[in-house]
Ligand binder design. Structure first.
Ligand code: BTN
Length: 245
């Protein structure tokens, strides 16, 4: 294990972990790591994706989990994931000019309609307030899984060369600006930035949550980060699902 700092962030870097999110959660719970500390893994043996999926994590890509301790009521915690994915988008936009870069609800990053990064948010809440949040991000730098339901890609394949450490530092530079803005002024600015580059906004989409499948027009992102879908039966507020097409 190696410790280093970048600005006001402390990074704990491991060769391999089961899951950076798992380690970050356990250490935050044990009060061994605090606000703005990061668990970085060069590889993960049991990386976790959203909806209990596996996140393949061979060497060469970026896998990290950022601990934050904002004073927030529980229902606002999901907003943090939009701050983080927007920061990641700005960071990738600076590297991949001339490519179509979008965020896909809830927290994926797409280049030319292929997924290059995902985010898993976990949190601990006590008495309806946030104790800590873990923002786990996986960025495909040199490889991506094939056979995914939604197509995936990686930065190297798009001609972008960067190391995981530099990618993390670039991300933190963008994140700190947006996070400060969010803490001081709230979600409105972030929501606007996110909506400006939202995949399939105002278009027909197919949303799936387990066995349930709903069709409608992607109408909006609400204050709590839910997807607002205009369906034949009226507006539906969706808090957890995947957009498939
Ligand atoms: C998704 O798109 O399904 C979210 C993927 C999140 C992967 C990251 S990699 C670092 C952190 N540790 C994990 O086990 N998962 C997240």
């Amino acid at each position: 294990m190696k410790n280093w700092t970048h600005k006001n962030y402390t990074v704990h870097q491991f060769n391999e972990l089961e899951s950076a999110n798992k380690t970050a959660f356990e250490m935050a719970e044990a009060r061994k790591i605090f606000d703005r500390e990061i668990i970085l893994a060069d590889a993960q043996s049991a990386g976790k994706g959203r909806q209990s999926r596996v996140w393949n994590s061979p060497q060469g890509n970026l896998y990290f989990s950022l601990v934050l301790q904002p004073q927030l009521p529980a229902q606002k915690i999901a907003q943090i994931s939009f701050v983080a994915i927007t920061a990641l988008r700005l960071m990738v936009e600076a590297l991949a000019t001339n490519q179509k870069i979008q965020n896909k609800w809830p927290n994926d990053l797409l280049i030319n309609e292929k997924k290059v990064a995902g985010l898993l948010l976990e949190s601990k809440v006590s008495q309806k307030d946030c104790e800590f949040v873990i923002v786990g991000i996986g960025l495909n730098i040199v490889s991506n899984p094939d056979q995914t339901i939604f197509p995936a890609d990686n930065l190297k394949n798009l001609g972008i060369e960067i190391t995981p450490e530099i990618a993390l530092k670039n991300f933190l530079n963008e994140f700190e600006k947006l996070y400060e803005n969010y803490l001081n002024f709230g979600f409105a600015g972030i929501r606007k930035l996110w909506l400006a580059k939202a995949f399939r906004l105002n278009e027909k989409i197919n949303v799936k949550n387990g066995e349930e499948e709903i069709f409608g027009i992607f109408f909006d992102l609400d204050e709590e980060g839910n997807l607002v879908l205009e369906t034949a039966e009226g507006r539906k507020i969706i808090s957890a699902a995947d957009i498939y097409s």
